[in-house]
Design a protein around this ligand. Sequence first.
Ligand SMILES: C[S@@+](CC[C@H](N)C(=O)[O-])C[C@H]1O[C@@H](n2cnc3c(N)ncnc32)[C@H](O)[C@@H]1O
Length: 237
Amino acid sequence: MDNGWDASAEAWIADQGDAGDFSRRYVLDAPMQARVRLAAPGRVLDVGCGEGRFCRWLASEDIACVGVEPAAGLLAEAQRRDPAGDYRPGRAEQLPFADASFDMVVFYLTLIDIEDIHAALAEAARVLTPGGRILLANLQPYNTAADAFEKLDGGERRLVMARYLEEHDRWDEWRGIRIRNWHRPLSAYMTCLLDLGLGLTCFEEPAATGGPDRARVSYNHVPYHFMMEWRLPVAAG
Ligand SMILES: C[S@@+](CC[C@H](N)C(=O)[O-])C[C@H]1O[C@@H](n2cnc3c(N)ncnc32)[C@H](O)[C@@H]1O
């Protein structure tokens, strides 16, 4: 089923610019990059790499990276901006790679876009080397279950949430982008990764540390991202 990404590619590329949007630039990039540097992976797979911004950062750190992306317009832009980079068409649920071929698999705000996270995370675990890591950033489930924002006296916003325990999709629209996202409770992600035999090695709910004052204060009042790193056992048994 269409998820809106092909039609939204052009608007998405414009919205990200070179440095990424507010969430990437001021909230997630720093902790994501710190985990990559700590793990020092030899080879990274970026699943749903979009227009390739995180792959370009990996390359700037001399880390070998492959980006996989189903939306043709985003894939072409990634390749255009980084002609020496390795970008392939593909979907998370069926990765076109051999078992044990990466030390790290990144899902940078892509699990919310993926309908079957069981298949996607099983594929990620399959292509990881023993001891390899899944590094993911995602929208907080209380955000994906949000129905609306309520304005409090004084201008602060409060999130109104519904159907938290029920996995469901919804279409979101902003600045010319219209895409289908998936809500699932936090336990759905955790259970899936635990069932695959991975262990949690990092969990963060990062604050915004830069950007315009208003946006930073508003983000930190109702922060809506988390970051996790999971690790495969070094050896079975
Ligand atoms: C919110 S964007 C994030 C892009 C990039 N990771 C970033 O942080 O800029 C979500 C991305 O997931 C991709 N995507 C959607 N469904 C996918 C799937 N089944 N497998 C892999 N990627 C998918 C979309 O095409 C899009 O590029």
